[in-house]
Write a protein that binds this ligand. Structure first.
Ligand code: HEC
Length: 146
């Protein structure tokens, strides 16, 4: 048997095999439940925030409302998981989970204030709330995100 003929096959299997292992491992690196849901909420939050920043820089408050529903959905899921007693895993300072919940709560109260201001077309208030919220992203990440 001529081994040389098999070398390309070995390489192909090797490369694809490794990447398949890589791809299937990607889905397994995260524990089920809490952490994924929090990340999902964060991704939804980031998207919503992009809409809000657009609203502020273009002075168009109408851009805010449609940016919110996906965020509320993601947040609801996290809330349900917490109620069901599922553990939300924080990348760091897990022992300060209560403080995390406090920051989260405060964040969402400020967020509601922004929504109200947007509905009322109050541009300056929306702008001020956007700054406040942006600071709050950073504060929470410094404490709880690696
Ligand atoms: C109350 C705390 C808190 C607030 C407020 C907060 N975050 Fe986060 N965020 C986290 C934590 C904790 C993580 C890490 C999640 C993980 O890796 O499991 C995170 C992760 C993220 C990620 C990365 C998600 C990923 O796929 O790794 C993004 C993007 C993000 N946040 C955006 C934002 C934006 C934008 C804001 C403000 C508008 C914000 N966050 C406000 C706690 C917060």
């Amino acid at each position: 048997m001529n081994l040389k003929r098999f070398i390309p096959i070995i390489i192909v299997v090797g490369v694809f095999g490794t990447s398949l292992v890589g791809i299937s491992a990607m889905g397994q690196t995260e524990p089920k439940g809490g952490m994924n849901l929090l990340k999902e909420e964060m991704v939804a939050l980031e998207r919503a925030f992009e809409g809000i920043i657009d609203a502020v820089i273009f002075g168009n408050m109408k851009l805010i409302k449609p940016a919110i529903p996906p965020l509320n959905k993601a947040r609801e899921k996290v809330g349900q998981a917490i109620k069901a007693g599922e553990k939300i895993i924080l990348p760091k300072n897990q022992e300060k989970f209560k403080e995390f919940l406090k920051l989260d709560d405060k964040f969402h109260r400020e967020f509601e204030a922004l929504e109200k201001a947007a509905e009322g077309g109050k541009k300056k208030m929306v702008k001020d709330q956007t700054h406040k919220l942006f600071d709050a992203c950073v504060v929470c990440h410094e404490s709880f995100r690696k």
